[in-house]
Design a protein around this ligand. Structure first.
Ligand SMILES: C[S@@+](CC[C@H](N)C(=O)[O-])C[C@H]1O[C@@H](n2cnc3c(N)ncnc32)[C@H](O)[C@@H]1O
Length: 820
């Protein structure tokens, strides 16, 4: 099934004509190929060419009464992988509309034999094999360094790699499929490279239009009456002494709070899973004394505080799962010894101040689950949050915060639009004056003016004035581009984390008055709905923790159990950096095709299946880091607890000058192997992700997905275990990291913190080399730019790397526009 919004849009246009997707798919592929992926031609006249082609194909089909034998059909699908077959097939079927729309030059264009790139992956950054045309730059750190040096001389040395080998890939028990063949088929379906085009050419194209990245829309709701100052930290989370609190918004001004208080005051990471609804009820987290506190909202102003207090005073934080559903309910359930006990809560504003004392004093610790999922689940009591929206994140528009406290803004509650006084809403983010560092992106003083309705607007050359703090000189709040019905909130220029992180992360735009897209900043990933992320101490066996350790495990002469998963040695040095050897291996892994695993029953393909299941495109088997955690005896400062301590380096979000949109950069020099941040987002099943993509094909609102498939080779993954992270609406600073082909300065590494089962893990970014202050941080999304079958809109890569995998493509499109 299509994942690319364009493909999905085509499917949906055909569905409107009553044409089933299974008929559309093969024809669309041919059309794409024939049109050299020129979507404009396909989209013309509401997909007329496509519809014509399908009808024509139908007419030419063998009559229903003589169906093709199943085995033949299957083999044919498999056989589609063969270049000659597909070529012949296409040439045998010169569909009329295709002829009609052919470009000049295409008549003579011969199909190019497939180049030997790696298997394509389904998503960006759903990690994909990166090999392109069999040629990649040196992969290891040391090699990369060398390669970088060489690059500057313009004499890059490439290393040719073998194609990925797939063992025993069988299409539904039929003939084994040659990995090569399957791979080729993928390439052929989406690519028609003109002959003799250099595969990698230096990038010298001018930067023209801005990239078309989707702006994930989100709504930030206010927290009221919680005693905090929301004028700046609206809906934000606060940390106090280590407690995790999630404050959910309340509509009518009286935020309720449930505290889930794990006994341990020393745990490094709480066991709290916060899942968000599509919409954003989960607004804030607060930490106090190592307690995990979840503040839930009331709907009509009567919420009190619910505390869930595990009574054990030994190790172990509570196992709390909070998830949200599309309908916005919050459910809380406490499990003990396999029983579900009730965690309370109200709908309709009747929440009191219940405390739940968890009785377990030993492990397995209590499992408290709070789900914002389907109503009426057994053993749960629901809380309906103030904003009860049965929508996906993108389904409703975001709020633009006005400086005028008396103004009225729409808010969606229970699925309908209500008017809310802005006093109930988020207060404006008032940035302070901020001197920006010099360098490439040195701040140009931003002009200001007061717009109507006290909006802060920029207007070419006129001064922007902060309506509330008129002396604030570098205000860059923006309201332009937003229709009146669409209300957005701007990010705090000094700290878009809203206090979630240990460090502030500012943003800067030196070239325009735009501010970063609104989204909910969350420090940790949150379950959306179906994802099975079970954090349970009872699942952490003795071999998965070091309960007898003390102090700092990394300094100990004998590595403890926690080093077992990294070959008996810790991945980190005593200084908290990744060991060079380990880092080198991690970088090299993604460049070697033999490290790709091909599922027999791929959850990704399964989730997108439209009746014709395609073979798995491959998943990279990665090296994991395993960190010590709550069940370990070591202290919070143990050197084997790096990513769980969160971001520590100085980062800044900035508007790039080369057309990539916003990016993330470091404000300080970083050594090689330093942890920068993890990729945080909503935890979705791949099925849910696919649902999102299908739902919003035309809006251009994209997901920002990362597939958590590093361990899919271990067994057949159930749907609820095949997960990804989507940072479109909920995310952290990592959502701003742009892509760079091959020689990115960050590498992503899976890290086990609290889940020994590796279907869920943290994806952490480490520096692959030294990085100087002001350098943009990049990682290789692993995109195969020639694979149209992606769950996001492919962008034109402007990474600037000499190894850019999108070169060919740029070259091709230039060529076809010339041909036209
Ligand atoms: C995860 S977001 C990164 C942050 C994004 N630049 C923003 O402004 O929100 C991914 C999007 O950034 C843009 N992008 C990332 N890397 C790029 C690159 N190398 N060239 C062009 N656009 C890029 C694309 O639009 C892509 O869809």
């Amino acid at each position: 099934m299509a994942r690319n919004p364009k493909v999905v849009a085509a499917y949906s246009a055909m569905a409107n004509l009553g044409i089933h997707v299974s008929k559309v798919k093969p024809v669309l592929k041919k059309l794409l190929k024939l049109y050299d992926k020129n979507w404009e031609l396909i989209e013309e006249e509401n997909y007329r060419a496509l519809a014509d082609a399908i009808f024509e194909e139908d007419e030419n089909k063998v009559p229903e009464s003589e169906p093709e034998p199943v085995h033949k059909k299957k083999n044919k699908r498999v056989g589609e992988g063969r270049a000659d077959d597909e070529e012949a097939h296409l040439q045998d079927e010169p569909l009329q509309p295709l002829k009609r729309s052919r470009f000049r030059g295409q008549e003579t264009q011969s199909l190019h034999p497939p180049s030997s790139s790696g298997p394509s992956s389904a998503a960006y950054p759903l990690k994909i094999p990166k090999l392109e045309d069999g040629t990649v730059p040196e992969s290891s750190y040391g090699q990369q360094h060398q390669s970088t040096a060489v690059l500057s001389d313009g004499n890059a040395q490439n290393e040719t790699h073998q194609l990925p080998q797939r063992d025993g890939i069988v299409d539904k028990g039929k003939q084994p499929v040659s990995p090569h063949v399957t791979y080729r088929r993928r390439r052929l379906t989406s690519e028609r490279a003109p002959p003799a085009v250099p595969l990698i050419i230096p990038k010298d194209e001018p930067v023209d239009d801005m990239p078309k990245f989707a702006v994930p829309l989100a709504m930030i709701l206010p927290e009221q009456s919680s005693g905090r100052d929301y004028s700046i930290d609206n809906g934000a989370s606060e940390k106090q002494d280590g407690h995790d609190t999630v404050a959910l918004p309340c509509r009518d001004g009286e935020v309720g709070a449930q505290d889930i208080l794990p006994p341990s005051h020393e745990v490094a990471a709480s066991n709290v899973e916060i899942a968000s609804p599509a919409l954003g009820e989960v607004n804030a987290a607060e930490k106090q004394d190592g307690h995990d506190t979840v503040a839930l909202p009331c709907r009509d102003g009567e919420a009190g505080a619910q505390d869930i207090l595990p009574s054990s005073h030994e190790e172990v934080p509570s196992n709390v799962e909070i998830a949200s559903s599309a309908v916005g309910e919050v459910t809380a359930a406490e499990k003990q010894d396999g029983h579900d006990t009730v965690a309370l809560h109200s709908r309709d504003g009747e929440v009191g101040g219940e405390d739940i004392q968890l009785s377990s004093h030993e492990e397995p610790a209590s499992n408290v689950e709070i789900n914002l999922s389907a109503m009426g689940e057994e053993g749960t009591v629901m809380i309906t949050p103030s904003v009860n929206v049965s929508m996906e994140p993108d389904e409703f528009e975001t709020l633009l915060v006005k400086g005028n406290k008396d103004s009225v803004m729409p808010c969606i509650s229970n699925g309908s639009i209500n008017d809310l006084s802005s006093a109930d809403m988020v207060a404006p983010q008032i940035p302070d004056s901020k001197p920006y560092p010099s360098g490439l992106d040195d701040a140009v003083p931003v002009s200001k003016k007061v717009g109507t309705n006290d909006f802060i607007e920029s207007d070419d050359g006129k001064e922007l004035v902060d309506a509330v703090y008129p002396n604030s000189p570098s205000l860059t709040l923006v309201s332009k581009h937003h229709p009146t019905t669409e209300i957005r909130t701007c990010q705090d220029v000094n700290d878009l984390t809203k206090g979630e992180e240990n460090v502030k992360i500012s943003w800067v735009n030196n070239t325009s008055t735009d501010c970063p897209p609104p989204f909910h900043y969350v420090r940790r990933s949150v379950v959306f709905r179906d994802a099975h992320v079970k954090i349970s101490l009872s699942r952490i066996g003795n071999e998965d923790c070091c309960s007898t350790c003390m102090g700092n495990c990394v300094l100990s002469s004998k590595p403890c159990f926690c080093a077992n998963k990294t070959g008996g040695e810790f991945a980190y040095t005593a200084q908290g950096l990744l060991k060079e050897e380990f880092l080198k291996d991690c970088i090299a892994i993604s460049h070697h095709p033999q490290n790709y695993y091909y599922c027999k029953d791929c959850p990704l393909e399964r989730s997108m299946s439209d009746g014709c299941l395609e073979p798995c495109k491959g998943h990279l088997k990665r090296k994991f880091i395993k960190e010590c955690w709550s069940k370990c005896g070591c202290g919070k400062q143990c050197g084997n607890r790096v990513i769980q301590r969160g971001i520590t380096c100085k980062l800044e979000v900035f508007l790039t000058l080369d057309g990539k949109g916003w990016g993330l950069r470091t404000l300080e020099d970083l050594p090689q192997g330093a942890f920068v941040c993890e990729f945080v987002g909503e935890i979705l099943t791949v099925k849910e992700l696919h649902g999102r993509n299908l739902k919003y094909p035309k809006t251009g609102k994209c997901t920002y997905p990362v597939l958590l498939d590093a361990n899919w080779d271990s067994r057949v993954m159930e749907d609820k275990e095949a997960l990804c992270l989507d940072a479109g609406s909920y995310g952290n600073a990592a959502r701003f990291i742009n892509h760079r082909c091959f020689d990115a300065n960050l590498v992503e590494i899976p890290v086990e913190v609290e889940c020994p089962e590796h279907h869920y893990y943290h994806l952490a970014f480490f520096t692959s080399r030294e990085i100087a202050a002001q350098e943009e941080l990049t990682w290789d999304y692993g995109i195969n730019f020639d694979d149209q079958d992606q769950p996001f809109e492919l962008f034109r890569c402007r990474c600037g790397s000499k190894f850019c995998r999108n070169m060919k493509r740029s070259n091709r499109s230039t060529r076809s526009s010339i041909a036209r």
